[in-house]
Design a binder for this molecule. Structure first.
Ligand code: EPZ
Length: 420
């Protein structure tokens, strides 16, 4: 097991180059199953979830090699295919369910392990299944697997999601891409990562028409062709390091960001007292005078993202008054609260809201990470805390943050990884 040991109280100054988006890379990697020809993907983050997805694609029938660096991969197809996404891979990375749509569209069948729940909630996939059935897929659950097949080909349809789901939107877009005829889907998620998937597919010959009113039209095509695509920056990683600058009362410049995609995050951070200066394209310098309390709610894009909720909470724990954060996306995404309280935070949970009373300082403590974003909220609190913070179970962090320790150290943080 590995731990992070953080000596808090250091103001962070410096520059951080933001990596490619994990949550754009995962669906785009799954989408390569739709294509036989060579695909080159650039700006892929070197994180555990990506390695797991690469292992999954290789087990299904892709040949993947790194070129130049761990951030650029070339994907080609092997002859034999194994249309299965096994439990041992999907259980650690829920996004494995994203191979369901492409496999059905391309091969007419798939056996995909149900992802199961995780720390932040039951994470069902009923919306994925229900909508694929409406495109003609025969789907049953057998021994923990989604067993899906199509008699001939998927059928185009007019679909409408009853609730917004990032993953289900991605699965259905990929399924419809090779489905002859016109499919329309309403009430889709419109996160920047989904737009990046659409851009990648259209670059590969798909015919996907998206207007911003959560409606999409897909003209199915016979086949897709090889392409080269560079993944968009990771807006959640960038938001996380913006909070690192604010919580440590430092001044960090974030490079290689997508400023437009970060508007909802930056708007809330500005309410908390952040000063954001942008002296060059795709770059912003983050600092603050004091931390102001505020009320926020997590909602689908273009609202404030649930993936930034834990990080914002760490910051507001040091705010100048009372703050409220409502978690409206997941049913159990407050697991970081009990750990932050062990560091002195004053937080009460009622229904889906966290009521935070600002304190002067966190006190360093030994804490435990439970999921990707909860883990990083503990690191952020440790950066500001008086004394030493030890974060356990940091494999959660390695799933989604490339070179986190290196990037923070470069800005003056006293943080080391220790094997125990
Ligand atoms: C994606 O997960 C992200 N993961 C999550 O990021 C992110 O928190 C989430 O979208 C919301 O933005 C990736 O992109 C790999 P959803 P996803 O389907 O697709 C319910 C991170 O930290 N739901 O939009 O699984 C679901 O339970 C991760 O990087 C159903 O009820 O999220 C949740 O309450 C964590 N039935 C809500 O919808 C379904 O079939 C939103 O989930 C699907 C979802």
């Amino acid at each position: 097991m590995k731990q992070l040991i953080i000596q808090g109280g250091k103001k962070l100054f410096g520059t951080i180059n933001i990596s490619g988006s994990k949550n754009a890379s995962l669906p785009i990697l799954a989408a390569t199953l739709l294509v036989d020809e060579k695909i080159t993907l650039k700006n892929i983050p070197d994180v555990k979830d990506i390695s797991t997805m690469i292992n999954l694609l290789e087990s299904i029938g892709k040949k993947i090699k790194f070129s130049n660096s761990r951030n650029q991969i070339v994907i080609t197809s092997k002859k034999n295919k194994k249309l299965i996404a096994p439990y041992n891979l999907v259980k650690t990375m829920r996004a494995g369910v994203l191979v369901l749509g492409p496999l059905l569209a391309k091969y007419g069948q798939a056996r995909v392990s149900l992802p199961g729940g995780c720390a932040i909630g039951s994470r069902p996939v009923d919306l994925h299944i229900e909508m694929l059935k409406k495109m003609g897929a025969k789907i049953k659950i057998d021994k923990g697997y989604i067993v899906a097949k199509v008699i001939k080909k998927l059928k185009p349809n007019k679909l409408k999601f009853e609730s917004i789901s990032v993953g289900a939107t991605e699965n259905l877009i990929m399924a419809a891409t090779l489905c002859k005829g016109k499919t329309t889907i309403k009430n889709i998620a419109i996160e920047p990562e989904i737009i990046d998937l659409i851009n990648f597919l259209n670059k590969s010959g798909a015919k996907i028409f998206f207007n911003s009113k959560r409606i999409i039209t897909i003209e199915g095509v016979e086949s897709l062709k090889g392409s080269t695509h560079s993944i968009i920056p990771d807006r959640i990683e960038a938001g996380t390091y913006a909070v690192a600058s604010l919580i440590s009362n430092g001044k960090i410049t974030l490079n290689r960001i997508d400023t437009k995609a970060m508007k909802n995050i930056f708007d809330v951070l500005k309410l908390s007292g952040a000063k954001l200066n942008s002296n060059k394209k795709n770059s912003v310098t983050v600092s603050r005078k004091k931390i102001k309390s505020l009320n926020a709610k997590t909602i689908p894009y273009p609202g404030f993202p649930t993936d930034m909720q834990a990080q914002l909470m760490s910051l507001l724990c040091l705010g100048n008054g009372k703050s409220i954060i409502k978690e409206d996306i997941f049913e159990n995404r407050f697991l970081h609260v009990s750990e932050l309280k062990r560091m002195g935070a004053n937080i009460k949970i009622k229904n889906k809201s966290a009521y935070i009373q600002g304190i002067k300082n966190f006190t360093g403590a030994e804490v435990m990470a439970t999921d990707l974003r909860a883990s990083v909220s503990l690191v952020l609190a440790g950066l500001a805390a008086k004394g030493i913070t030890i974060v356990n179970r940091i494999y959660h962090l390695e799933r989604g943050y490339e070179d986190l320790v290196k990037k923070l150290k470069k800005c003056g943080a006293s943080i080391i990884t220790k094997n125990v």
